[in-house]
Design a protein around this ligand. Structure first.
Ligand code: FE2
Ligand code: FE2
Length: 277
């Protein structure tokens, strides 16, 4: 089985010619499925963009949502719309709403939106102010003093769902491919070849999701975990321990790309990143 991985498409700001080129590039790879690690578009048209992907590429699409996918909407409304769209399409698979899927003997695919949850770095002294707080209804409707707690709560909910999915994996699972949006570790949070500092980390690292992944990797050392994420728009690979590796994808504004081809065999899961910048 061969899967193509792409991330941070931001299709709300992609010109038609770039979209058509991307469709041709993906189709030429003749893969068995497409993986998307969030920031597909924005809340008002993420469903339409997912439907366009299926219409033009006609592959099973396995995806999670990123922070931008909720812009102009709320968490609940966006997720509900996306879940409904997936019920109407045999090709669309929103992994956050699904338990692990077997993709090869002993190999499973699962995903969680994840959230940069303010638990890593120093939230209280950070000078970063994300558009998330202006563009996502849940934050906009609440006082700034509650945002830190909201980030913690969103991150905890995602980590809890992830833990359940991991715990439900059969005991003879040899490999698991995990899709998420925000890097789960500071080490996976690349920017121009460097990992992030205390100022940026609260808004770039999904700390509680990271703890869950690390716990499971230690509990099940025989299970190889490969995590794919995006959000920073800069590529890199972080080896967290012997059986846990995180690939972060790059993205160029207005120009959707292809991050990697992933070949899955019963004993191996190889990620061939197309570029690392
Ligand atoms: Fe993004
Ligand atoms: Fe993002």
């Amino acid at each position: 089985m061969r899967l193509v991985w792409t991330t941070d498409l931001h299709l709300d700001s992609v010109p038609t010619h770039a979209w058509e080129q991307w469709v041709r590039d993906i189709s030429a790879l003749r893969a068995d499925g497409l993986l998307i690690t969030g920031d597909i578009s924005e809340g008002d048209d993420v469903v339409l963009k997912l439907q366009n992907i299926v219409r033009d590429i006609n592959l099973p699409v396995y995806f999670v949502l990123g922070n931008h996918d909720f812009y102009g909407s709320t968490f609940q409304a966006t997720r509900q719309n996306v879940i409904h769209a997936c019920r109407d399409s045999s090709q669309l698979h929103y992994l956050t709403d699904l338990s692990a899927m077997q993709i090869s003997a002993g190999t499973y695919l699962l995903g969680e939106d994840g959230w940069a949850d303010g638990t890593v770095g120093n939230y209280d002294t950070s000078t970063i102010h994300l558009n998330d707080f202006e563009r996502i209804g849940d934050f906009k409707a609440s006082a700034q003093s509650t945002w830190k707690q909201q980030l913690h709560d969103i991150g905890r909910e995602s980590a809890t769902r992830l833990r359940t999915k991991l715990e439900q994996l059969p005991t003879d699972t040899q490999q698991v491919l995990v899709l998420t949006h925000a890097p789960p570790f500071r080490e996976a949070c690349w920017y121009e070849g460097k990992t992030t500092d205390d100022n940026w980390a609260p808004f770039f690292v999904a700390g509680q999701v990271g703890n869950t992944l690390l716990d499971f990797s230690q509990l099940r050392p025989e299970c190889k975990m490969t995590v794919l994420c995006g959000h920073t728009h800069h590529a890199g690979v972080a080896k967290m321990n012997a059986n846990l590796q995180v690939h972060t994808g790059a993205a160029i504004s207005g120009q959707p790309g292809i991050e990697a081809t992933i070949t899955v065999n019963s004993r191996d899961l190889a990620v061939a990143q197309h570029h690392a910048e």
